[in-house]
Structure formats: C-alpha cells, structure tokens
Design a protein around this ligand. Structure first.
Ligand code: 5GP
Ligand code: ZN
Length: 118
C-alpha cells in the first residue's frame, strides 16, 4: 500500500515533516507519545513504511511487526513500567477502533488497566 505521505499523518511524523519529539528511531521504526494519552505512558510505535492496517501484513512484513513489539518492550523498560506491566494494542479497522490508517502499536501503561476493553 503506497499512500502519499502528504495525506498520512503518521507518514508525516515518521519522515520528519512534522516537529514531533521521538521516543525512539531506527531505520525502520519511530515511536512518539500519543497526542491524547489514555494512561500515564502512551507511546505509539510506527513503521516508517506505510502499511494501512494489520490487514496489509504478510510474511514479508512479519519481521517488521516483531521489531515493533521488541521496540515497545524496550520503551516500556526505559519508562520504568516494564516490571509492573503494560498493554500493547493494535487496532484494526472500523470495529477495531482504528482511527489512523497507518499501522501502529500502542504501548499503554503506568496504571492498572481494565479488561476486557469496551
Ligand atoms: P488508533 O485509534 O488508530 O488505534 O490510534 C490512533 C492514535 O493516534 C490515537 O490514540 C490518537 O490520539 C493518536 N493521534 C492521532 N493523531 C495524532 C497526532 O497528530 N500526533 C500524535 N502524537 N498522536 C496522534
Ligand atoms: Zn502513512
């Protein structure tokens, strides 16, 4: 899926077209704080490559998603929420509550989280 980066907010952030402080960056991934945090720690882990949702994943992108999860864990450790626990969320599509059409994993923690989600 190639969406023009001028249209996608997370492409803009990942490609430094917006001045958003990054919690993490490597050649494939960026992470930054959610603009509307749901908990004391709420970081979005985003691939630089535009993929619209989990529905775009294939065997070829499996390693990228694995790296996103490892990145989330490393950020959780850096933020001091690693031992108490945290939640990783990947919303997909309308019923899944996905609002931004560029795949991302939420790292949420710093408080006791309810389950199941609404
Ligand atoms: P989704 O509902 O798609 O899984 O999550 C999208 C998340 O992106 C939401 O938690 C929302 O607050 C966050 N978000 C939307 N626009 C921006 C933005 O421009 N900057 C940042 N930092 N977060 C955003
Ligand atoms: Zn994008």
């Amino acid at each position: 899926m190639n969406e023009n980066s001028t249209k996608c907010i997370f492409c803009k952030i990942a490609h430094k077209e917006m001045d958003v402080p990054l919690e993490f960056e490597d050649e494939q991934i960026v992470a930054f704080n959610d603009i509307k945090p749901a908990a004391p720690a709420h970081v979005l882990i985003v691939p630089k490559k535009h993929l619209s949702s989990a529905n775009d994943l294939t065997g070829e992108t499996a390693l990228l998603v694995g790296r996103m999860i490892v990145t989330a864990k490393d950020i959780a450790r850096k933020k001091g929420i690693y031992k108490k626990g945290y939640r990783l969320v990947l919303n997909c599509g309308e019923d899944g509550g996905q609002a931004v059409g560029h795949i991302h994993i939420h790292l949420i923690g710093g408080r006791k989280l309810a389950w199941p989600p609404g």
